[in-house]
Design a binder for this molecule. Structure first.
Ligand SMILES: [Zn+2]
Length: 250
């Protein structure tokens, strides 16, 4: 499994695209979240309209799914558009929101697409198989209903929190090879977000091998992160703070 960090920013960072990551295995390309500044990152990486197999949307905040209409429109338009189905996986109620979003963004165009869009609605505690991947879901504590996703390709297991701090005391995050965790401030808890310090503690307690810190507050990332970067470490967990388009292999 290879991870490409397309964007690592919070919602309103002028320098960083929204939090979004590509999972790449031999058989599958799965995009995790697709906020409004993500389509350009995806196209910088790969322009092929048939490239993606599926998109996972963690929750219905604009910085996590308002990029979907543009991604679908570019798959359709142009001479050799997409031909094969695309799956979109998200929480209950997504299908209805998706229809509204497409109508607002590009009214009537979805009916012209030459490819099928399969919406799969999931809930906490459910496991689904998608190609060579098994996906599981767990709620986080956030200002909207958000489902973290765990991805198992049979060799490695990673999880992506989406937004929100993870719920303590579950087995969901135990022994992960990689946890991509949204964090916001350094050591202050803000409701609905992890901090760098609490995130590291959480990863240590769950025997996570590598922790990727993303979604850092824009001012913290720009002004304070360089000063405290050396203090962000752990004896037990490897910690990375990726930049957009960085790759990480498991
Ligand atoms: Zn959110």
């Amino acid at each position: 499994m290879k991870i490409l960090f397309l964007g690592v920013g919070e919602a309103f960072d002028e320098n960083q695209p929204n939090n979004s990551h590509l999972i790449i295995t031999d058989k599958t390309k799965l995009l995790l979240d697709c906020g409004y500044s993500v389509p350009q990152q995806l196209w910088r990486f790969n322009k092929d309209p048939n490239f993606l197999d599926a998109i996972y949307i963690s929750h219905q905040h604009a910085d996590h799914y308002f990029g979907v209409p543009a991604v679908l429109m570019r798959m359709w338009e142009g001479g050799t558009g997409r031909s094969r189905p695309l799956t979109i996986i998200s929480e209950k109620g997504f299908k209805n929101q998706f229809e509204k979003l497409m109508d607002l963004a590009y009214f009537g165009f979805k009916d012209k697409f030459k490819f099928e869009i399969k919406i799969v609605e999931v809930e906490e505690g459910q496991d689904i198989d998608f190609q060579d991947l098994r996906l599981s879901f767990n709620k986080t504590i956030h200002s909207g209903e958000n489902l973290a996703v765990k991805v198992n390709d049979g060799k490695n297991i990673m999880a992506y929190s989406g937004d929100g701090s993870p719920v303590q005391g579950t087995d969901f995050y135990k022994n992960l090879d990689l946890l991509i965790l949204e964090t916001y401030l350094y050591n202050q808890e803000k409701i609905g977000h992890s901090s760098v310090v609490s995130g590291i503690k959480f990863a240590e307690g769950n025997n996570v091998k590598t922790l990727a810190l993303t979604h850092l507050n824009r001012d913290f990332r720009k002004n304070d992160l360089p000063k405290v970067r050396d203090e962000i470490k752990s004896d037990k967990v490897k910690i990375i703070i990726p930049e957009p388009l960085d790759e990480y292999s498991l």
